[in-house]
Ligand binder design. Structure first.
Ligand code: SF4
Ligand code: ZN
Length: 365
C-alpha cells in the first residue's frame, strides 16, 4: 500500500481532510502547562514477561505531540499545548522526574520494579527528549528491573535502547500501532505510519536484545479497539487479526488492546454527539481476548471509562463484572475467566455483531 502523503492524497481529501477537521476541533480548547510538572504520575501493578510487577507510570510533559499539532488521530483528545521555545529543557524534564520520585516515595513502601514513561509523543525522539536527558533518566532508574518507554516506530533504534539495557534494565518500547491493517490506521485513525515501520522497530528491539549482556529488550504494541467508521464486527475482526500479526513479529512480546473511549475535542466525539459512534461492547473485548489467548504474546486490555456511555460498555448491569474478568485475564492469561460471566445483554451484542452494517451503525447505543 502506498504511503499517505499530500502527494498521493489529494488536497482536502483523505489524511489532509482528517487533519483539517482535527485541527479545527482541537483549536476549540486552549491549554498551557508548567514544564517543571509531569502531566500525570501514578502507582499500579502490571503483567510483564517477567511476571506481575509493581509499577510507577509517568506521563512526561515534553512539548507535546507534533502529530496532534498537525491535526492528529481521530480519537485522541490530547490538546496540542504550546511551550515557550517549543521544547522542554533538560533541567525541567529532570525536575518532572524528581516530582515523580517524590510521589513514589510518599505513596509506596518500596520503589516500583517497573517504570513506564509516556510523553504523548515519542520518548525516543531527540527533539522531545535529548540524548543527555535520556541517559540521565536511564541512570536514575538503573536500580529498577524494567522500563517501558513510549515511542513512534520511526525513532526506535538499537543504540537508544542500549542506553537502558546497558544498565541492566529490561526495556520495552511501547508503540501506538492501533491496528496492523494499514488502511484502518490511515483512514479511520488518521495515523501516518505503516505496519512495515512497526516491523522495522521490532527488528531494532530484537537486535538491542541480542546485543545486551544482562537485560532484555522488546516491543509492546498498543492497539485501538473500534476506531470510528468500523462496525462492531469489523472492529472485532480487525483486532483479532492485528493481535495475531503482532504476535508473529519477532521482538514483539506484548499486545495491549485499548477499547476506544470518547474523548472531548475529537472527531470521535463529533460522531458520538451526532449518534454516529458507540464505543465497543465489553463483550467484544472479552471475545477478542478469548479468541487470541493462544497467540505467542501476552495480550492485555485495560478498558478506560468502562460502563459509561462514553467508554466501552455493555448494558450497565454487567459492566463491572465483565471488566473484572478482563482484569483477571490480564494478570493470569486464562480465558476460562470469561466462562463465569453472563448477562441477558449478550443476545443484543450477538445481534449487533451479526446485523450491524456501516450504513446503520451504531445499531444500538
Ligand atoms: S494518539 Fe498519539 S500520535 Fe495520535 S495525536 Fe494523540 S498523542 Fe499524537
Ligand atoms: Zn449486560
Amino acid at each position: 500500500m502506498s504511503k499517505p502523503s499530500p502527494d498521493v492524497y489529494e488536497q482536502g481529501k483523505g489524511m489532509d481532510a482528517h487533519n483539517q477537521v482535527m485541527r479545527e476541533i482541537r483549536s476549540r480548547k486552549e491549554a498551557s502547562y508548567d514544564p517543571h510538572e509531569p502531566t500525570r504520575v501514578w502507582l499500579d501493578e502490571d503483567n510483564t514477561p517477567g511476571g506481575v510487577k509493581r509499577s510507577l507510570t509517568i506521563i512526561l510533559n515534553t512539548g507535546g505531540c507534533r502529530w496532534a499539532r498537525a491535526g492528529g488521530c481521530t480519537m485522541c483528545g490530547y490538546v496540542a499545548e504550546s511551550v515557550d521555545g517549543g521544547s522542554v529543557s533538560h533541567e525541567a524534564l529532570m525536575d518532572q522526574i524528581d516530582v515523580c520520585l517524590e510521589h513514589e516515595d510518599e505513596n509506596a513502601d518500596e520503589p516500583a520494579e517497573l517504570i513506564k514513561i509516556y510523553t504523548s509523543g515519542s520518548f525516543l525522539d531527540e527533539r522531545e527528549v535529548g540524548a543527555e536527558t535520556r541517559r540521565a533518566i536511564a541512570e536514575t532508574f538503573a536500580d529498577r528491573d524494567r522500563i517501558v518507554l513510549e515511542s513512534l516506530p520511526d525513532f526506535v533504534d538499537r543504540e537508544k535502547i542500549g542506553d537502558f539495557t546497558g544498565h541492566g534494565i529490561d526495556t520495552d518500547i511501547a508503540i501506538g500501532l492501533e491496528t496492523a491493517t494499514d488502511r484502518v490506521r490511515h483512514d479511520c485513525v488518521n495515523k501516518y505510519f505503516d505496519f512495515a515501520d512497526f516491523e522495522d522497530a521490532c527488528t531494532e528491539a530484537a537486535t538491542a536484545d541480542a546485543e545486551a549482556d544482562d537485560a532484555e529488550a522488546g516491543i509492546k504494541a498498543y492497539l485501538l479497539m473500534k476506531p470510528p467508521f468500523l462496525t462492531e464486527s469489523e472492529a472485532v475482526e480487525d483486532m483479532i487479526s492485528s493481535i495475531e500479526r503482532c504476535a508473529d513479529v519477532e521482538g514483539c512480546h506484548t499486545v495491549s488492546m485499548n477499547p476506544c473511549n470518547v474523548q472531548r475535542y475529537t472527531m470521535v466525539d463529533e460522531l458520538y454527539f451526532n449518534d454516529g459512534y458507540r464505543p465497543p461492547w465489553l463483550w467484544s473485548v472479552a471475545h477478542v481476548l478469548e479468541e487470541t489467548a493462544d497467540t505467542d504474546a501476552i495480550v492485555v486490555s485495560d478498558p478506560v471509562g468502562h460502563g459509561s456511555d462514553r467508554g466501552p460498555h455493555n448494558c450497565t448491569e454487567c459492566d463491572d463484572l465483565v471488566q473484572k474478568a478482563i482484569k483477571d485475564f490480564d494478570l493470569r492469561q486464562d480465558p476460562s475467566v470469561f466462562d463465569q460471566v453472563s448477562c441477558e445483554c449478550e443476545l443484543t451484542w450477538e445481534t449487533v455483531m451479526e446485523r450491524e452494517r456501516s450504513f446503520n451503525q451504531p445499531l444500538t447505543r
